[in-house]
Design a protein around this ligand. Structure first.
Ligand code: ZN
Length: 247
């Protein structure tokens, strides 16, 4: 394959822009803000699930408290009714009086037990409410942080996209002056060789693989026509001769 030496040099400019584009794409893929946002989103989702569980526990305890309250109320009402009968002097027989007094005493004990249980439920309810509130506050704070990080990520992406668009425009202009067959060869080698398809021969060294060319290969290249497209035997990349090649 043949190409004017100036066109071959231009291939090095295309190579430089392509590397810049690769770096921009790499930075876009590995942006720390994007990774941080993923972590925050997972944390937000975990907190939301925990909040649902805590909310269910609160609702259960509220129901339990209502039930306990109703039970206490029931015992108290029955005790009041007994007490009224006692106070009204409606009970005449000693046996009935004794039975009524015994029932009141038993209801008093029952009320005490139920009230203790209710207090315990209320304490558990308070703990559950505090936990639900703390989870809600934490979720809100994580959500706020996620919004900030998302804004930073989007701004970074926008900047990288703008840089890539201008690099692509530059590349299109540079590549426009290169014959299609040379460009296709360059792109094929670039795809096979870690993003570098064309390299300068500088100070007797291939800048694609950084290997120093031996005297025999330098001699061979020295003898070639300037417009011949040369490949480095070691790495198979297009080797571009420059004034600093050391030939
Ligand atoms: Zn090489």
């Amino acid at each position: 394959m043949n190409a004017d030496p100036a066109v071959q040099l231009r291939l090095l400019d295309v190579q430089a822009v392509d590397q810049r584009l690769d770096q921009l794409a790499h930075r876009r893929r590995t942006l720390p803000e994007a990774a941080e946002l993923e972590t925050l989103a997972a944390e937000h989702s975990r907190l939301r699930d925990a909040e649902v569980v805590a909310g269910t526990a609160v609702a259960d305890l509220e129901r339990e408290q209502k039930r306990a309250d109703a039970e206490v109320e029931q015992v108290r009402a029955r005790k009041d009714r007994d007490q009224k009968r006692l106070d009204a002097g409606q009970v005449s027989s000693a046996k009935e009086l004794e039975s009524l007094q015994s029932e009141i005493a038993s209801l008093n004990r029952r009320q005490g037990v139920l009230e203790d249980a209710e207090i315990e439920i209320m304490e558990r309810l308070e703990v559950a409410q505090n936990e639900a509130a703390a989870l809600g506050a934490e979720r809100e704070s994580v959500g706020k942080k996620a919004q900030e990080v998302q804004a930073a990520r989007d701004a970074a992406w926008a900047q990288l996209d703008a840089d890539a668009a201008s690099a692509r425009a530059e590349r299109d202009e540079l590549a426009g002056g290169i014959p299609a067959d040379l460009l296709a060869l360059y792109e094929k080698i670039r795809a096979d060789r870690g993003g570098i398809g064309a390299a300068a021969l500088r100070q007797r060294r291939c800048e694609g693989c950084m290997i120093q060319l031996d005297a025999a290969e330098l001699g061979r290249i020295r003898g070639l026509a300037p417009d011949l497209v040369v490949r480095h035997e070691e790495c198979r990349r297009i080797l571009i001769r420059t004034p600093e090649s050391g030939l």
